[in-house]
Write a protein that binds this ligand. Structure first.
Ligand code: ZN
Ligand code: ZN
Length: 334
């Protein structure tokens, strides 16, 4: 049903790609992150809640057909439907049915609670193509932690000393999740980078409750801040605008990478919050088993630990390179 090509996952029966790179006629999009939603598609297929984010990212004038979760649609002889992936607002797994066989391509997903997106849905299938960003047992975390409260406490402590707090977060998904988690706690607006503002507006327009924000673009020259929380991309510190943070500020990063000592930039943050938009090791294994799939292909597979573990559990599991069509994989040998 699916092949792995240079442009990404391809379905020959329906002549469409899932999250392709480069120019294609039909692009089925799991979610609006830039490693999944790229320019160059003639026609995009999206979830209804993902469409505004897709347009905010790729431009208002792209051609999009959008579908509600579970709504069936055809591309050629293949029947498709989107199912919530729990990753960011509108993120979907793609279910494909053709000649009595069901495949599911997971896209990015997580099982943790998140007030800013639709909760993950288990979709039974014959073949499951799973992501595995955190595909080693080193990545496991506590699901009960109230990260919103932890971030608030850190902000409050710094604030009492008149020190600004800078939390680095991707401008789509992570930023809004942090704002959602802070919504019950925040006592004043969070100052957010201008890149996240239109995306945050998309979330609010769909009724997602977020902490109050102030867009960085409204900051006046010479304005001074003491004890505020800034939600920014990491590159901000290298910009001229960084001077508004003052000399004395605290930094933190919210990511699943915080689960290990090898995390990127380990020594460069004052604090780390273990907050991931991807499934951890236990949830990857659990999810694969819950689909009931007999065959599993693993993407972004790290060191291959997940493939090995699933094989041990008696499943037929392969790295996604096993989906490269034969003639091409033979070529790769040379
Ligand atoms: Zn993503
Ligand atoms: Zn991704």
């Amino acid at each position: 049903m699916l092949e792995l090509t240079q442009k990404g996952l391809y379905c020959p029966a329906g002549d469409f790609y899932i999250d392709p790179s480069g120019k294609v006629d039909r692009a089925v999009i799991t979610h609006a992150h830039s490693d999944h939603a790229r320019r160059g598609g003639q026609l995009y297929y999206s979830t209804v809640s993902g469409e505004p984010l897709l347009r905010a990212r790729l431009g208002k004038n792209i051609s999009v057909q959008s579908f509600s979760f579970s709504q069936k649609f055809q591309i050629g002889p293949v029947t498709l439907s989107f199912h919530p992936a729990g990753h960011i607002l509108g993120s979907a797994q793609v279910r494909l049915e053709y000649r009595g066989e069901v495949w599911v391509a997971s896209g990015d997903y997580k099982r943790d609670a998140d007030p800013t997106c639709e909760p993950f849905e288990n979709v039974p299938c014959d073949v499951f193509v799973t992501e595995a960003t955190f595909g080693t047992p080193a990545y496991q975390w506590n699901k009960e932690a109230d990260i919103g409260f932890e971030i608030y406490q850190w902000w409050k402590e710094n604030s009492l000393r008149g020190v600004n707090s800078v939390l680095f977060a991707y401008s789509l998904g992570k930023a809004q999740r942090v704002l959602g988690l802070l919504e019950p706690w925040a006592e004043r607006p969070v100052i957010c980078h201008a890149a996240s503002t239109p995306l945050t507006d998309c979330y609010r327009a769909q009724g997602i409750r977020l902490a109050e924000t102030r867009c960085f673009s409204s900051v006046n020259a010479g304005e001074e801040f003491f004890g505020e929380l800034f939600l920014l991309p990491q590159s901000f510190l290298n910009s001229e605008q960084a001077s508004v943070l003052g000399k004395n500020y605290q930094t933190a990063f919210a990511s699943g990478w915080m689960a290990t000592e090898n995390r990127p930039g380990f020594s460069s943050y004052d604090k780390g919050f273990l907050l991931s938009d991807h499934a951890d090791w236990n949830d990857l294994v659990r999810t694969v088993l819950e689909t009931g799939a007999k065959k599993v292909y693993v993407q972004h597979r790290g060191n291959g630990a997940l493939v090995k573990h699933l094989n041990k559990l008696g499943l037929q599991a392969f790295p996604d390179t096993a989906l490269v069509p034969k003639p091409q994989s033979q070529l790769e040998l040379f």
